[in-house]
Design a protein around this ligand. Structure first.
Ligand SMILES: C[S@@+](CC[C@H](N)C(=O)[O-])C[C@H]1O[C@@H](n2cnc3c(N)ncnc32)[C@H](O)[C@@H]1O
Length: 195
């Protein structure tokens, strides 16, 4: 489904980074693992700041476009086609994990998120933005399955070993290409891995 959606020259989520990520980039530590990177807008932005980025996604087409975007901006990113349902990131390897609009079923999150914690170094940072369950009532993007949508309570439950630096649910104007446009309900989270 994602390969099909990404086929064509157009960057369907645009080439500008997610605004929550851009506003908080100074919190991030090197190197960065970016989950569900898609067409590369966030990885390329982070690489342009001098960070080393490993972007992973299930879509080969999306990641080929990510590499093309990186080339056009004169930066290097590492990309890898993986399934987040089976992905095993290397242990204690990353300074940060970024997860933007990576909406996964809860069973997949249950397996993946402890591995996300494990792949971070001490004091490592996770930065996540996802549509919230309140987004179900809107028509401005995101999955229609509540199981794939977040709430602050789900974040607290699913990242028990992180100190929340920021955790909030809010409405914001999203302008990120064809599929994510308009007033939206999102959950934003920045957490620091506890010792
Ligand atoms: C809404 S897009 C977001 C892309 C990117 N993070 C951004 O903000 O532009 C969701 C991404 O999740 C990826 N994805 C969904 N399920 C996945 C899975 N099980 N394994 C790997 N990638 C997955 C899709 O390929 C797609 O690129």
């Amino acid at each position: 489904m994602w390969d099909e959606r990404y086929t064509g020259d157009k960057y369907i989520y645009g080439t500008e980074p997610n605004s929550f990520l851009a506003e908080h980039e100074t919190m991030l530590r090197d190197p960065v693992l970016s989950l569900a990177e898609g067409e590369g807008r966030n990885a390329v932005f982070l690489a342009s700041l001098g960070l080393k980025v490993h972007g992973v996604d299930g879509s080969e087409v999306g990641l080929a476009k990510a590499q093309a975007l990186a080339k056009s901006k004169g930066v290097k990113i590492q990309t890898e086609v993986i399934d987040l349902g089976t992905f095993e990131p290397a242990e204690s390897c990353y300074g940060s994990v970024v997860s933007i609009s990576s909406h996964l079923p809860s069973a997949m999150r249950r397996r993946l998120y402890p591995l996300v914690e494990r792949c971070l170094r001490t004091d490592g940072i996770i930065l996540l933005e996802a549509y919230s369950e309140a987004q179900l009532a809107r028509d401005t993007g995101g999955p229609k399955d509540p199981d794939m949508l977040m709430t602050p309570a789900k974040i607290e439950r699913e990242f028990p070993n992180f100190e929340p630096v920021l955790l909030r649910e809010l409405e914001r104007e999203v302008s990120e290409g064809t599929y994510h446009t308009g007033l939206a309900s999102v959950v934003q989270f920045i957490g620091k891995k506890k010792d």
